[in-house]
Write a protein that binds this ligand. Structure first.
Ligand SMILES: Cc1cc2nc3c(=O)[nH]c(=O)nc-3n(C[C@H](O)[C@H](O)[C@H](O)COP(=O)(O)O)c2cc1C
Length: 182
């Protein structure tokens, strides 16, 4: 059985100014089977090397998108990455099976509290509803979407809560899914 490899794509416009995403990234970067890849640092001009990214994806079994929730969606750098890397013939369409059977784990934080993501809350929609475009993306690409890890009320999280959340994240990345080990 080969080692299950995990690629963490960190998608924050400026990791240096991040509290949550930076903390989560620090918590997993020493893990033996984990490759941490900071997209904004790698591509400050957003000119993404699609061939390199596709090679990285081929070499890993679980893909993590770690990001702050920006305008009910992923930050621009991750959208840019999706547009340039998840191409026809690679991620979908004829011959586009490079990601089939891999696992996609989302790790995101929101400023709004969990209660605000409800029909009666000020964000009006549930996270499940708002995450549908990402579910559809995973489905089209043949990725198995794991239960997203979400930290709500990011600004109010104290150090203990952040540590507990980071421990949970590390635990998720330690677990090799039953279907893995191909
Ligand atoms: C440009 C921008 C857009 C944001 N949009 C949302 C949003 O739509 N919903 C929400 O709950 N929080 C939103 N936030 C708050 C961030 O999600 C929050 O600051 C982030 O999760 C904290 O993580 P970090 O410390 O890694 O930056 C936004 C923040 C910024 C800077």
């Amino acid at each position: 059985m080969t080692l299950h490899r995990t690629l963490v794509l960190v998608a924050h416009p400026d990791l240096g100014s991040s509290r949550i995403t930076a903390h989560l990234t620090a918590a997993v970067k020493d893990m033996e089977h984990v490759t941490v890849h900071d997209l904004s640092a790698a591509y400050p001009d957003r000119r993404i090397d699609a061939a390199r990214e596709q090679e990285l994806l081929r070499g890993h079994d679980t893909i993590v998108w770690a990001f702050p929730w920006h305008w009910y969606s992923v930050p621009g750098v991750l959208k840019e990455w999706m547009d340039q890397v998840l191409t026809y013939g690679f991620a979908y369409g004829t011959g586009g099976d490079a990601l089939h059977g891999k696992r996609l784990q989302l790790a995101l934080s929101t400023g709004g509290p969990e209660s605000s993501y409800a029909p009666s809350g000020h964000n009006r929609f549930t996270m499940d509803e708002l995450l549908r475009p990402l579910h559809a993306t995973a489905h089209l690409c043949g990725l198995d979407m794991a239960e997203p890890l979400i930290l709500h009320s990011a600004h109010g999280a104290d150090a203990d809560e952040l540590d507990r959340h980071a421990a949970r994240y590390r635990e998720l990345l330690s677990a090799v899914p039953a279907a893995a080990g191909r």
